[in-house]
Design a protein around this ligand. Structure first.
Ligand code: NAP
Length: 244
């Protein structure tokens, strides 16, 4: 009998992997974004109930391989996946795409948390936040000299000193140029997500000589096998399927 795969996702990379899974495999999303349609595999939505819940799921569903293709800032589910896979004796593979690196001419200011972001932004007037929903909780605390532009997956009400743009990548360099110019952006706030889908903002910041306040990645657990791109992981999966 074919070994079942559980793929943890919620990213564009994960969706590419999900497209090659077979009907008995499972693609799992947290349920905060759109539930993907048109997949052959089973799609499940929502948490497992911590590492113990995930272990119970692996055992009950007779999962033989756990693949973690969650976002590099989704550290809790990756930590749970590492613990649960070990406890259940299931191999744990992870897609760990490389972080972005500053290039010559870049002015990146590295930070670890929200208070450090606020401090790094003090000299600027028109930040573009590309961190997801986190800034929405702080729209009442905007410093008087700033006007914020917050880009996140879903639209949300702004206020007199903030606009919220609901948009999903990938984003193009031309699109980012137009956005930065139209809104007078003077600093970009980003997670160090890596990959190409949202990298255009960094190119446009470089072109315009703008600083980037860059959030460092959280620490992630080691996996049995780690891949820095979807194609490497898919090649390993093809080999693994033919061997098992
Ligand atoms: P997180 O803090 O690591 O996880 C929070 C909880 O959400 C987990 O403990 C788990 O609940 C549940 N969960 C997360 N991913 C899941 C999945 N693929 N399938 C089932 N349950 C999942 O994650 P997060 O930062 O909130 O991100 C949530 C999801 O959005 C992830 O799937 C991630 O890939 C995606 N995403 C995150 C970011 C980001 O910047 N954080 C960006 C793009 C996409 P239980 O403990 O109950 O199992």
């Amino acid at each position: 009998m074919k070994t079942r795969i559980l793929l943890l996702g919620g990213t564009g990379d994960a969706l590419q992997i999900a497209r090659v899974l077979s009907a008995s495999d499972v693609y799992s999303v947290a349920g905060i974004g759109k539930t993907p349609a048109g997949l052959t595999c089973i799609v499940r939505t929502g948490g497992f109930g911590g590492a113990q819940g995930l272990q119970a799921y692996l055992e009950a569903e007779r999962i033989g391989l756990l693949i973690d293709a969650t976002h590099p800032f989704a550290a809790r589910i990756s930590g749970n996946a590492s613990i649960a896979s070990r406890a259940a004796g299931v191999p744990y593979w992870a897609l760990r795409r490389a972080p972005w690196q500053p290039q010559s001419g870049d002015d990146w200011r590295f930070v670890d948390d929200w208070p450090q972001i606020v401090a790094a932004l003090a000299p600027f007037r028109r930040p573009l936040f590309t961190l997801g929903r986190e800034p929405l909780a702080h729209l009442d605390d905007i410093p008087v000299h700033q006007y914020w532009v917050v880009r996140c997956l879903d639209a949300h009400a702004g206020n007199a000193r903030a606009s919220v743009i609901g948009a999903r990548g990938p984003f193009t360099v031309d699109g980012e140029r137009a956005l930065f110019g139209m809104l007078g952006i003077d600093v970009v706030v980003s997670k160090n997500s890596g990959g190409s889908a949202t990298a255009a903002k960094l190119e446009v910041a470089r072109e315009r000589g703008l600083p980037v306040v860059m959030t460092r990645r959280p620490e992630l657990p080691a996996a049995d096998r780690e891949f820095d791109g979807v194609s490497e992981l898919l090649s390993a999966l093809t080999k693994w399927s033919s061997d098992s």
